[in-house]
Each structure stands twice: as C-alpha cells, then as structure tokens.
Ligand binder design. Sequence first.
Ligand SMILES: *[C@@H]1O[C@H](CO)[C@@H](O)[C@H](O)[C@H]1NC(C)=O
Ligand SMILES: *[C@@H]1O[C@H](CO)[C@@H](O)[C@H](O)[C@H]1NC(C)=O
Ligand SMILES: *[C@@H]1O[C@H](CO)[C@@H](O)[C@H](O)[C@H]1NC(C)=O
Ligand SMILES: *[C@@H]1O[C@H](CO)[C@@H](O)[C@H](O)[C@H]1NC(C)=O
Ligand SMILES: [Zn+2]
Length: 332
Amino acid sequence: MKRLLGISYLFWVLIPVGLGYNRAPPQPGPEVAEKAGSPWSLETYRYDTYHRMEEIYQWMSQISEKYKDVVTQHLLGMTYEAQPMYYLKISQPSNNTKKIIWMDCGIHAREWIAPAFCQWFVKENRLWRKSRSSHDNGTCFGTDLNRNFDVQWCSIGASKNCQDLTFCGTGPVSEPETKAVSSFIESKKEDILCFLTIHSHGQLILTPYGYTKNKSSNHEELIQVGQKAANALKAKHGTNYKVGSNATSGSSRDWAQDIGIRFSYTFELRDTGTHGFVLPEDQIEPTCEETMEAVLSILDDVYEKQWPSNAAAKVTSTAVVLSLLMSFVSLL
Ligand SMILES: *[C@@H]1O[C@H](CO)[C@@H](O)[C@H](O)[C@H]1NC(C)=O
Ligand SMILES: *[C@@H]1O[C@H](CO)[C@@H](O)[C@H](O)[C@H]1NC(C)=O
Ligand SMILES: *[C@@H]1O[C@H](CO)[C@@H](O)[C@H](O)[C@H]1NC(C)=O
Ligand SMILES: *[C@@H]1O[C@H](CO)[C@@H](O)[C@H](O)[C@H]1NC(C)=O
Ligand SMILES: [Zn+2]
C-alpha cells in the first residue's frame, strides 16, 4: 500500500465520462432521486452507485480541488461530441522524476462498472494519503507533506502544466478519443511502467497480444504477475478470473506493449454474462474491492521488478508501515 504514492510512482487515471454517458445515462436509483434537492457534496458522494456524466465531472473537479496537493485534473482531449475528457494525476509533491502508472476506465461507455472502479481507486488513494500525512510525519519518502506546495489546478487550457497537452484539443474527427489517448501515451511512453485498461465484462485479466497468437517478449512474466493478481482478487470475495492472452482482437494493451510498456493488462470486470454490462449496483462495492486487490498486487510486483534493490530498502520502518495499515483499515 505504501508504494502507491511514493516518490517512485504517480498515477494518471483517465475517466472518459464524456464518451457516451450522455447518450445512455444510468437511471438514477431511488437514493439519488431522494437526494435530488440536497446540495452536491464530495463527502456524501456514493461510490456504490452509478453516476451520471455530470456527477462524475463534478466529482473529478471537487476531488482535485479539495486534495489539490496530490490530485490534479487535466484535459486530455475532446470527444467527438465536444465533451472534455479528463484524467486525474495523483502524485505526491516531489521534484523527483517519477514513473507513471496509467489506468483508463470507461473507454467503452456502456461498461458502467469501469468508471465506478476508477473513482473507487482514487478515493482509496485519498484515504491512504490522509493516513500517511497524519502518521509518518512526512519522513517516509523524504518530502514534507505539510508544506503548502502549490500545484496548479489545470482547468481547460488555463495552466502552464497543460501546455504539452493542448495538441490533443483539436484532433481529427475520426476517433478523436483514441487519438488523444494514444498520442498522449506515446509522448510519455519512456516513463510509463504499467498500462491498465479497465473494461467489463468477462472476469478476465488479459495480457498482450490480442491481435496475434504470438507471445509477447515477456509473456511468462505477465502471466505470472497477472495470475498473482487474480489470486489476490479471488481471496477477497471468491470471484474467479481467468488470466491470459486471447487472440480475438487487437486492443490498446497490445499497442501499449508494442510501444514498449512492460506491463500492460486489460481487466474485464464482473460478471461472466448474467447481467453483462449492466452490473447491478449492489455488486459495485465488492467488484471495486476485489479489483483493488488485483491492481495493488500488480503494482507491488511492478515495483519490485522495476526497483529490485529498493523493494527491500523501502520497508524502512515496520512501525510506519503498521500505522499506515492500521489507519487505512480503520478508515474503511
Ligand atoms: C521543486 O523545486 C523547486 C525549484 O528548485 C522548489 O522551489 C520546490 O520547492 C521543489 N518542490 C518540492 C516538492 O520539493
Ligand atoms: C515530526 O516532525 C517534526 C518537525 O520536523 C519533529 O519535531 C517531530 O519530532 C517529528 N515527529 C516524529 C514522530 O518523528
Ligand atoms: C509472429 O511471429 C512470427 C515468427 O516470429 C513472425 O514471422 C510474424 O510476423 C509474427 N506475427 C505478428 C502479427 O506479429
Ligand atoms: C477467447 O475469446 C473467445 C471469444 O470471445 C471466447 O469464446 C473464449 O472463451 C476466450 N478464451 C479465453 C481463454 O478467455
Ligand atoms: Zn470494453
């Protein structure tokens, strides 16, 4: 857990809600209708229901406003319907060069559980950060958490932080979303260590390749890391996942692998077809919980493979780790 937001990693989490949510808005559940009159609030935001596009946009800007030292919102590009696509950058303030973990959730708009998971993931990071700042006194990673580091909020085109992204704004009309994502990733590929693309459904952790039966150069490694993730996932709620490649069609993970990103996976979340794309809301929480375990397992492995010598050194203080774990658990 402690590796999540260390100096070594930062996260880019793309929740492209503009993609079709407006065309197929989830029906508000009874509790949403109930709350209709009450003001929107980050504190009461529910992570166990599906939200409409506007609500997810609002969530993204509120969470990056409230935790602006760690979470910033950036424009990736526009959808063909001229909806902005944002990604969240999650990072501890530090001048160290960091490797990047990419995760996109909801490239396919009908897969509602995918953006729900990304929101869950960001929420969990927030908890982690909270417990970290109150317990380890900022010593763990050599940065002082309490200093008032002024991270720019990057509203559309307004921040200099975003200058390198503006090329995405006026993409060609055909599949601008894919182009925005791919040119963005391509421009940073040297720094991207892990590429996770979250979809539903099928309960699969897919490795490259999908476009050929050929195996990727690090196939065994990918399978081993993926299988460990599936085991961690199953340990949570007993859900069975299959791990492997399936030469049925090419996808972004293939492309990510081919441009040199060492760890590239597609997650197909619950279920195996009973409900399909419209996974019942009472499965959001367990699905997110178990997926979190799988993603953390991958991140741990990626970390250890990338920085083998650091992995041991990182466990500097058992007390710190324990207090982190304890506070994390108590906050859940
Ligand atoms: C990063 O470097 C700049 C310029 O040296 C400095 O002003 C800033 O405080 C540093 N930030 C952190 C988090 O160390
Ligand atoms: C936390 O940091 C402050 C300021 O550097 C220091 O005075 C204090 O002793 C530290 N506390 C712990 C538990 O390390
Ligand atoms: C699969 O591997 C074979 C043998 O190395 C190679 O000739 C072929 O081009 C590869 N196919 C694809 C689609 O990469
Ligand atoms: C591969 O994909 C096909 C078609 O979608 C499916 O029938 C098959 O079960 C998949 N195999 C694995 C191992 O997931
Ligand atoms: Zn999909």
